[in-house]
Design a protein around this ligand. Structure first.
Ligand SMILES: Nc1ncnc2c1ncn2[C@@H]1O[C@H](COP(=O)(O)OP(=O)(O)OP(=O)(O)O)[C@@H](O)[C@H]1O
Ligand SMILES: [Mg+2]
Length: 400
């Protein structure tokens, strides 16, 4: 019968309000591209509403799947935005899919150098190529404290980052703008807080509640944290395993890396920053040693690492020239007359002994197995012996 057929009426689905703060794409004036990854392009922009410089991350793909993931990223950023070590989310826009964030930058202008960087990766590379790293070496333990505080906050909220790397860690010192021009206030502000790090790029993050194995994802983050430490204490290498991969004869880089990982080989350290590694950056090497563990169950939690770095920062003072470091590695090292002395293999124990702290980095450290090589004795003062006894239970004939 004519006219009895009717096309079905499409009933629009009730879309849940995302409950995200919104911004209008028209309110954004793009200024320059800061980065471009596999999923998004990141721009520095001016926001008409606030007249502020902001960062806008715009999704490249229009596939439903990537849009869903992008909304997920915005939701996570929004849920953790109050923390000082997480990049600050300002708003979401769905036409086109984009996220607005506070612009974070580390301005070298405060040091008289016309340059600013935003990621820890760029910071490490710029300082390594342009300056003596020792001039800002003490900034790295501060960064680690921030990175750990951010990751600890995420893990406590059951969120795994899943893509922790120096390119996804922002560095900033904008708080110094407030005291620019006042030398005394600047010196104080810099001493109190020379740098702030913030975790960003939650594109791969997931709430671990929806995953079957919560703890595994957190432990995977701890492995990544270990590799971040490796990059920080070897800023000239750029990435872990780089030296090994360059020497490898494997047909392609992925095969070579797979081979190294299957053999449970940890990335080697470079020689360039050896001295800083055993003096200003020993905490970072310690965290690397503990987190870059092929046995995932043996990796520490963020809380344990935070405790370690907080304690060491309180105790940490620039080491006096007579500091001594014994390592488990191929040899022991100790500074003498401003030079790093290196001597042959001696011990299976790693010790860092300065006038301020004594610590052993091996989990199976046993005081009874330690002995003190005679030629090192002249470098130790009574306070060193007292510390080794108080902190590590080591009692040597010299201080009995
Ligand atoms: N809030 C911000 N302030 C300043 N710079 C930023 C900000 N967010 C991101 N950037 C810059 O843009 C780069 C890429 O950002 P992000 O990692 O979020 O994007 P992505 O598309 O996921 O990139 P990739 O795939 O390379 O990880 C960062 O390394 C940093 O240099
Ligand atoms: Mg990224």
């Amino acid at each position: 019968m004519e006219g009895s057929f009717k096309l079905p009426k499409l009933v629009p689905k009730q879309k849940k309000d995302l409950e995200l703060p919104r911004f209008d794409w028209a309110s954004i004036a793009k200024q320059k591209k800061l980065g471009s990854g596999s999923f998004g392009s990141v721009y520095l922009a001016k926001h008409a509403g606030t007249a502020q410089n902001v960062v806008v991350k715009k999704l490249k793909s229009v596939s439903i799947d990537s849009q869903t993931r992008f909304v997920e990223e915005a939701k996570i950023l929004n849920s953790v935005k109050g923390h000082r070590n997480i990049s600050k989310f300002l708003g979401f826009c769905s036409e086109p899919h984009s996220i607005m964030m506070q612009y974070s930058r580390f301005d070298f202008g405060f040091f008289g150098v016309e340059k600013s960087v935003s990621s820890l990766a760029d910071f490490l590379q710029f300082v390594d190529t342009e300056f003596e790293f020792s001039s800002v070496a003490n900034l790295l333990p501060v960064c680690v404290k921030d990175i750990l505080a951010g990751l600890d906050y995420l893990h406590n909220h059951n969120i795994a980052h899943r893509d922790l790397k120096p390119g996804n860690i922002l560095v900033c010192n904008q708080h110094l703008d407030d005291v620019a021009g006042d030398d005394k206030a600047m010196a104080k502000a810099y001493e109190e807080c020379p740098i702030v790090c913030q975790l960003t790029d939650f594109g791969l993050s997931r709430s671990v509640d929806i995953q079957t194995n919560h703890e595994d994802l957190k432990r995977a983050d701890m492995w990544s944290l270990g590799l971040v430490m490796h990059i920080m204490i070897n800023p000239d290498l750029g990435s872990p395993y780089r030296a090994e991969l360059e020497q490898s004869s494997a047909p392609d880089i992925h095969m070579a890396l797979k081979d190294l990982l299957t053999k449970h080989r940890l990335p080697q350290h470079g020689a360039k920053y050896e001295q800083l590694r055993i003096t200003s950056w020993w905490q970072l090497e310690d965290i690397f040693n503990r987190c870059a563990n092929f046995d995932a169950m043996a990796r520490p939690s963020t809380a344990e690492m935070l405790c370690l770095i907080n304690k060491s920062l309180v105790n940490y003072l620039t080491p006096p020239p007579n500091d001594l470091v014994l390592t488990t590695r191929l040899h022991r090292k100790y500074p003498k007359d401003g030079q790093l002395q290196i001597s042959p293999t001696i011990s299976s124990v790693y010790l860092h002994v300065s006038s301020y702290c004594a610590r052993a980095a091996l989990p199976d450290f046993t005081p009874a197995l330690c002995y003190l090589p005679n030629d090192l004795a002249p470098f130790l003062h009574k306070e060193h012996y007292d510390l080794m006894y108080a902190k590590l239970g080591l009692r040597f004939a010299q201080n009995l």
